[in-house]
Design a protein around this ligand. Structure first.
Ligand code: UDP
Ligand code: MG
Length: 310
């Protein structure tokens, strides 16, 4: 008998816990035929509503339900890490609690594992039901990211992914504090099959991601998986030096030939503003990397468990 762990990060998802369970159970017949057992691991990411008690209620009805509850909100990335760490399955799948990752895809995903793939990932082909401006920035982010990072990050990729044990262990071996899971999946490699599906809108409740949160998250992704901004800072520095050098020569030659009196302090002010702006910008880039390094060096735990139902 094989075991499949379903890992569900939940943050204030009280309305979705049972729906998710019911929907998942509709699709378990296929796995029963294949002699695969389930365990459903809800990772409560410090919810402030009744998520925990909902999970416990479910647990009372079904032994296969497990719960890890964090001491506070650590973020989805931490929840994913905890789930992967605590799961016992030979296979693991990550799914959102809001049913945006349709469980009906699971049989097809498993079929590819049987064919020998190490992991089966999903991406949505459209962003139906999402604010336009959000989709626009998301697309920009992926395009930029793939230009400046050697790790492939697929546009529209979801965290919905079925993995074999070696892949799970590989992901766990990356113990960094700033976890950008989409990048980590790409970084570990392995034979990955991509499945596509139409975007499904969240069943109940609201998205936990504001535009600002997403923006900060995208910056984190860039800092975590690319050092191109640092190189860019040096290149800009060199360019400005070359420019300044040419200007010095021009000024001297002009003085010698025409005895030109120095004039125009407005242009000088503009140049000072521009150059100090560029300097601050580059310092900021450095600061981003420094702050991430600072957080890594502290070696704080990625999450803290308040309660566990095994
Ligand atoms: N989530 C979490 N911690 C957080 C934010 C979200 O565990 O800090 C979970 C959330 O409960 C859901 C999943 O991550 O199961 C995806 O979140 P959401 O649906 O809000 O994101 P979206 O689908 O809009 O990108
Ligand atoms: Mg969602």
């Amino acid at each position: 008998m094989k075991l499949l762990s379903v890992i569900v990060p939940c943050y204030n998802e009280e309305e979705n816990i049972r729906d998710f369970y019911d929907e998942l159970c509709k699709n378990t017949d296929f796995f029963r035929q294949k002699e695969i057992e389930f365990e459903i691991l809800y990772v409560d990411d410090g919810s402030k509503d009744n998520t925990v008690s909902e999970v416990k209620k479910l647990r009372g009805e079904d032994e296969r339900v497990r719960l890890i509850s964090f001491s506070r909100n650590f973020g989805k990335e931490a929840a994913i890490y905890a789930g992967l760490q605590k799961c016992r399955g030979d296979l693991a799948v990550l799914m959102d609690a809001d049913l945006q990752d349709p469980p009906s895809l699971l049989p097809e995903m498993y079929a590819y594992i049987e064919q020998g793939y190490d992991s089966v990932a999903t991406r949505r082909v459209n962003r139906k039901g999402e604010p336009l401006i959000r989709s626009f920035f998301a697309r920009m982010f992926y395009r930029l990211m793939n230009k400046i990072s050697r790790t492939e990050i697929v546009d529209g990729a979801r965290d919905y992914r079925l993995m074999t044990r070696p892949v799970v262990d590989a992901i766990l071996s990356l113990t960094e504090y700033n976890r950008f899971t989409k990048g980590i999946f790409g970084w570990v490699g392995y034979e990955t099959k991509w499945l596509e599906f139409e975007n499904v809108e969240r069943r109940k409740g609201e998205t936990k991601w504001s535009f600002w949160k997403l923006f900060v998250y995208s910056l984190e992704g860039i800092v975590a998986f690319s050092t191109v901004p640092l190189t860019m800072a040096s290149v800009i520095g060199v360019l400005f030096c070359v420019l300044a050098f040419v200007m010095i020569i021009v000024t001297i030659v002009r003085k010698l030939l025409f005895g030109d009196p120095t004039s125009g302090w407005p242009s000088l002010v503009c140049i000072i503003m521009l150059v100090s702006g560029v300097q601050l910008f580059c310092l900021g880039i450095l600061g981003q990397y420094l702050s991430k390094t600072y957080m890594e060096v502290k070696k704080r735990p990625i999450y803290l468990v308040r309660e566990e139902v095994d």
